[in-house]
Design a protein around this ligand. Structure first.
Ligand code: HEM
Length: 225
């Protein structure tokens, strides 16, 4: 059973509105990182590795664009009425995912992360998954394998929103527990779980739903592989 179209549109709109402040924050931070000396303001710009800091600024700017635009691509009306726009926006999003992931990966390779090796591992995996999802989304679209393209596009959307979800997890946890298990240097038990829990459970849930849908003989979308 799928939700009615108005409910899906409403849910997408709500998530977009909630994620928008984070996109604006990332855009402003990235822009200032490129134009100002932020070394007194943030440890991210006091690394002694200017190339890595530029990569991180570009990462934040493209990540902001990705967060703000990715949900538009999920609107069925855009695909149906303006397929050209869907294709152009798709190319922009794939490029933005590439810059975002590569910028983050360069920063990790040069500087590491505030939370140490485990956080670096979690974010490195996140970056490579984003690159993979972007490449597969584009590849299957070009080959007109629509069902596979759709599956990879959903994975890319989940990964694109994961950075915002990471902050949402922290916000909700602080409200519920006052921040139990989280430390300044991101080495508490909650921090360690979060290093992977902002994307892996959502990707796993999507896999479960996708497999269920495929096994349903009445669902034409599920059989169209
Ligand atoms: C839509 C996606 C993304 C957005 C909007 C985004 C945004 C940001 C922002 C604003 C920061 C600065 C820290 C803060 O103020 O919270 C940051 C830091 C960082 N991001 Fe991303 N990011 C995204 C995706 C990714 C991906 C895919 C990776 C994986 C390579 C990544 C790796 C990092 C790393 C390593 C840092 C520095 C962490 C630290 O040591 O504090 N991000 N990102």
């Amino acid at each position: 059973m799928t939700a009615p179209a108005w409910l899906r549109r409403g849910a997408l709109g709500l998530v977009w509105l909630l994620a928008l402040p984070f996109a604006v924050y990332a855009a402003v931070f990235g822009w200032r990182g490129l134009r100002e000396d932020l070394s007194a303001e943030s440890y991210l710009f006091a690394t002694g590795a200017p190339g890595a800091e530029t990569a991180l600024s570009l990462h934040m700017l493209s990540g902001a664009g990705l967060t703000a635009l990715v949900l538009l691509q999920a609107l069925p009306v855009l695909r149906r009425r303006w397929p050209g726009l869907h294709r152009s926006l798709g190319r922009i999003l794939v490029a933005a995912a590439g810059v975002t992931a590569l910028g983050g990966l360069i920063f990790i390779a040069r500087v590491g992360t505030v939370g140490g090796p485990l956080m670096s591992a979690g974010f490195t995996l996140y970056g490579f998954l984003m690159l993979w999802a972007a490449a597969e989304t584009l590849r299957h679209a070009r080959a007109r394998r629509i069902a596979r393209h759709r599956d990879w596009a959903i994975r890319l959307i989940l990964l694109a929103l994961a950075s915002w979800i990471y902050r949402v997890h922290y916000g909700l946890w602080a409200l519920l527990t006052g921040g139990w298990g989280s430390t300044q240097d991101f080495t508490g038990p909650f921090d360690r779980i979060q290093m992977f829990a902002f994307y892996l459970p959502y990707l796993a849930l999507f896999e479960i739903l996708r497999r269920r849908r495929r096994q349903n003989p009445l669902d034409p979308a599920g059989r169209a592989r």
